[in-house]
Design a binder for this molecule. Structure first.
Ligand SMILES: CC(C)(COP(=O)(O)OP(=O)(O)OC[C@H]1O[C@@H](n2cnc3c(N)ncnc32)[C@H](O)[C@@H]1OP(=O)(O)O)[C@@H](O)C(=O)NCCC(=O)NCCS
Length: 173
């Protein structure tokens, strides 16, 4: 599988069925369940269903979607990418990493590269981000990426209260 993106320390490529076991681990991390939600992925079959309905459907429809983030040594560390939700006008950035890869700057490095690539390749302008109101690691990361708090909202489908952030393209200030 060809990489979509490379950074100094990371390789990003489209998620595929070979990543099922990794997704079972990531999507059941306490931090993922707490801050993103329960995707009901408990085994490889559930992961393949999640891939088909989520990332793969997004690649087919929009070109972009959540990507697998690996180290240069090939360790699967997390995922990061642009999503398009029906209830938000702009694409939003998503990220989640296994705890053993936290605090190395990987989330920042991959998110910055994904946003830059989205603007150059997919014509993305404004990028949104949504977080639980108490997700301090994510809010801190978004601020470091240059996002500004915009508003509070209630995510449809039982997503609860969220904070909405936005990043404008450089030319728009
Ligand atoms: C959010 C998440 C991806 C951050 O990963 P990470 O590896 O810590 O991020 P980085 O190492 O790239 O850190 C980048 C910046 O994030 C911010 N940050 C990270 N952890 C933080 C914390 N505990 N409190 C406040 N800010 C934090 C800091 O600004 C940090 O920059 P710094 O190291 O210069 O201070 C990670 O906590 C995670 O996977 N959480 C579970 C899934 C999730 O909540 N995803 C977001 C849903 S909206």
């Amino acid at each position: 599988m060809d990489p979509v993106l490379r950074t100094d320390r990371l390789v990003l490529r489209r998620l595929d069925d070979v990543d099922a076991a990794f997704l079972v681990e990531l999507l059941n991390e306490p931090s993922f369940l707490r801050y993103i939600g329960d995707k009901n992925v408990r085994d490889d079959e559930g992961a393949r269903r999640y891939l088909a309905e989520g990332p793969k459907a997004s690649y087919a429809r929009y070109g972009y979607g959540l990507l697998l983030v690996s180290t240069l040594e090939g360790e699967k560390a997390g995922m990061c990418g642009l999503l398009k939700r029906d209830w938000l006008p702009d694409p939003d950035i998503g990220f989640a990493f296994l705890p053993r890869f936290w605090s190395r700057g990987y989330a920042y490095e991959s998110a910055a590269a994904v946003i830059d690539h989205g603007r150059r390749t997919w014509g993305v302008g404004r990028v949104a981000a949504i977080t639980s109101p108490d997700n301090e690691p994510s809010i801190g990361l978004l601020k470091k990426l240059g996002f500004r708090f915009e508003r509070e909202a209630v995510a449809p489908g039982g997503g609860g209260e969220v904070k909405v952030f936005a990043s404008e393209p450089a030319s728009a200030g």
